[in-house]
Write a protein that binds this ligand. Sequence first.
Ligand code: MN3
Length: 250
Amino acid sequence: MKQNSRRNFLQKSAKAGVATLIAMPSISSAMAAVGNSKNYTTNHAKLFATGFDQQPLAYAYAALEPSIDTTTMDIHYNKHAATYSKNVKEAAAAEKVDMTKPLEEVLYKISSYSVKMRNNAGGHYNHELFWKCLTPTNTQPSGKLLAAIEKDFGSLDGLKKQLSEAAKNRFGSGWAWLVATTDKKLIVSSTPNQDNPLMDIAEVKGFPLFGLDVWEHAYYLKYQNRRADYIDSFWKVLNWNYVNERFSSL
Ligand code: MN3
């Protein structure tokens, strides 16, 4: 933290009381663990820190029809994702994790926790992000994000093509990601199971701007074996406004 911002932070903390004083440094040190704290400001960490409980969906189960069907949304949110949240809290209690701190702190050091923690901390984080990255509204990348997409992929279509390929080629269950590295370069990656780019064990590390769930539970009821059709539909409901926000904050 720079001298000035640290002074401001201490002044604000003194006004806000002891709770803030304890919570804030833990978030900024968590962001520093990404590897380059200068691009991950405290403001950014506060904006996007993830808790251990499921947050409510911002739209109805039916809102993403016909791209993602109502029953899939209901079961995916209330059964699959709810179970990751329940299980990550169990693992956190067993492994003495302070659940008042952001889940990200666990993800950055996931190699030092159990397999149960890896699967469920990842599962919970990935789904909390996934719901926020979906919307019934038609949105588009803009500003700094669009400029970065054009720089790193040639065009929006270039990004879509590369990410769709990564999603199609992920063997078995996993995710495809648009990742921002610490120098704000955009990279497409994919991870197996419930791993993600925040984890110290990930091949491509960085800040996930959005993730695409390609577990069969995310599409099978409507699309059966047609993963490629599900991926095509995903682009229609991707919340670019939220992705813009995540990138602009870096
Ligand atoms: Mn899922």
